[in-house]
Design a protein around this ligand. Structure first.
Ligand code: BYC
Length: 472
């Protein structure tokens, strides 16, 4: 019997009618499940987890909560409803009807964009696979697994596009998405941040705050695409992305709260003495994940970005808020390195599209940091968190390979080496954070000492609800 039914794969893409797509997905699905068992959350595949499953695109299609074993999760394929008479909203084909199929001249570029997006989804599951064994509470454990299954669903979303629109190369790319491995030297994931280890919960919250937020901005830019199936699928993905950022922002907020309380309680002002994380260490983790996530926008000056925009494949976040959708005139002023110093230059707008997208991202991150600083102020500690300069610790773009301090001042490489541990987590910081998380906290309602409880439980359930339970 077919494994691919509307019951098993909730969808609004007419899956049961599309035999070709069904056959392609039937080949892929067992490999996906094998990948999930090998690379998905370790030690919890047989547990019952209180998960939310999307069963339709309507607002109430979201409200479906139940206990599910993760391998039985119903990874659905959903596209946001089509917008009537939608026209390409930017670039050289502006005003023409959107494409419902792949235009031949854009085939390779579109496939590359979809593969790059798709590759991040399984990568993040791989990065997070061991975290269950050190969770701070059942509430957090459940949130981790919710994020993981939704990343699995996002992979399905991109694989759907590859199978449905890209024929044999699409099927091959879909297999490759299951073959690359985060952090593997021979077959790494495509983008830098997705090869970095996430070995503790502080990194997990930073990742869901900062790296998932890159996801938000990339998805917003792809939601503008003239290739309508990509636009529709990313529009739906954005609804899930919001929950991931909630997990990150509130997770850090709770750590900040507890760190501030313990800072006040500690006789020497060092919360480490009381089993908490000190604010300077939080700042270092922030510096690391924010800078890795800034890299995900690509170079400040990018001919790729210019051609994605010109071709109508990838726009700006909320393109409708701009008045000029051609971006052929005008420029973007930037401080660019030139023979070892920074010089102000005017970059043609299309080539600056990565930076334009990054601007929105930076503002959005700043709002989160402001909320954390409000918590610090309320508890009454003087420390404040801040976003480092965009130039700090970059591996992509015009500042890659140069050394800057968090204020953006140019350093010599010797000075950078000497001071690096002041700004990024040192081996001993990492060992300390891990030492706080040496055992899972799984008694109902219990919370690890280094993090404050959330204000409320999930879907109206109390905080001491058993969100994850071993098989009866
Ligand atoms: N690491 O002109 P450039 C998410 C490559 S996260 C390694 O600088 P371009 C999620 C680039 O590919 C969102 N390589 O940049 C979050 C290019 O290579 P090729 C993921 C990098 O092309 C959490 C070369 O450098 N979605 O959803 O304008 C959990 C020069 O390119 C990196 C997308 O990224 C890097 N950081 O833009 C789960 C959307 N940055 O082509 C999920 C799709 C750049 O010369 N991707 N390179 O071999 C894109 O739109 C673009 O590819 C990028 C780069 C924004 C990534």
């Amino acid at each position: 019997m077919s494994q691919i039914t509307d019951e098993k794969i909730p969808n609004n893409v007419n899956l049961t009618e599309d035999k070709k797509l069904q056959r392609a997905l039937e080949q892929w699905q067992p490999n996906f499940l094998q990948w999930w068992m090998e690379m998905g959350p370790a030690g919890f595949q047989a547990h019952d987890v209180y998960l939310r499953t999307a069963i339709s695109v309507e607002a109430d299609g979201w409200a479906h909560f139940d206990f599910v074993k993760m391998p039985d999760y119903r990874w659905g394929i959903f596209l946001a409803e089509p917008l009537r008479d939608r026209k390409i909203g930017f670039g050289d084909s502006m005003g023409q009807p959107v494409w419902t199929d792949v235009p031949g001249e854009h085939r390779n570029t579109l496939r590359r964009l979809i593969v790059t997006q798709g590759d991040t989804e399984p990568a993040s599951v791989e990065q997070q696979r061991l975290l269950g064994t050190s969770c701070p509470s059942l509430y957090d454990l459940r949130n981790l697994f919710q994020v993981n299954v939704e990343e699995g669903r996002h992979l399905w979303a991109m694989v759907y596009l590859l199978h449905r629109y890209f024929g044999r190369d699409g099927r091959e790319e879909a297999e490759e998405l299951l073959a690359r491995r985060s952090g593997n030297e021979d077959r790494p994931r495509i983008l830098g941040a997705f090869n970095e280890p996430i070995e503790d919960w502080l990194s997990f919250y930073m990742f869901t705050m900062f790296t998932d937020r890159d996801g938000k901005y990339q998805l917003l830019a792809l939601a503008e695409s003239g290739f309508d199936p990509l636009s529709r699928t990313t529009r739906f993905m954005l609804t899930e992305e919001a929950h991931h950022m909630f997990v990150g922002e509130t997770g850090i907020g709770r750590v900040v709260q507890r760190s501030a309380e313990l800072t006040r309680q500690a006789k020497n002002g060092d919360p480490r003495a009381l089993g908490g994380i000190d604010i300077p260490t939080l700042q270092k983790y922030l510096n690391l994940w924010y800078s890795l996530s800034l890299d995900l926008f690509g170079s400040e000056v990018s001919t790729n970005a210019a051609s994605f925009f010109g071709a109508g494949l990838k726009g700006r976040a909320k393109e409708e808020k701009y008045s000029d959708h051609l971006a052929l005139e005008g420029s973007y002023p930037m401080e660019l390195p030139d023979a070892g110093v920074l010089k102000r230059e005017e970059v043609p707008l299309r080539s600056a599209m990565n930076e334009v997208l990054r601007d929105g991202y930076v503002e959005d991150c700043q709002r989160g940091v402001d909320r954390w600083n409000k918590i610090l102020a309320e508890v009454g500690v003087p420390d404040r968190l801040q976003l480092p300069s965009r130039r700090f610790h970059r591996h992509q773009g015009v500042f890659a390979g140069m050394a800057f301090d968090p204020q953006g001042q140019l350093l010599t490489s010797q000075e950078w080496e000497r001071r690096r541990d002041e700004w990024l987590p040192s081996a001993s910081d990492k060992a300390f954070v891990k030492s706080l998380q040496s055992r899972p906290v799984t008694a109902p309602g219990e919370m690890a000492n280094w993090i404050a409880p959330p204000p409320r439980g999930i879907n109206g359930k109390p905080l001491d609800f058993v969100y994850v339970r071993a098989e009866a």
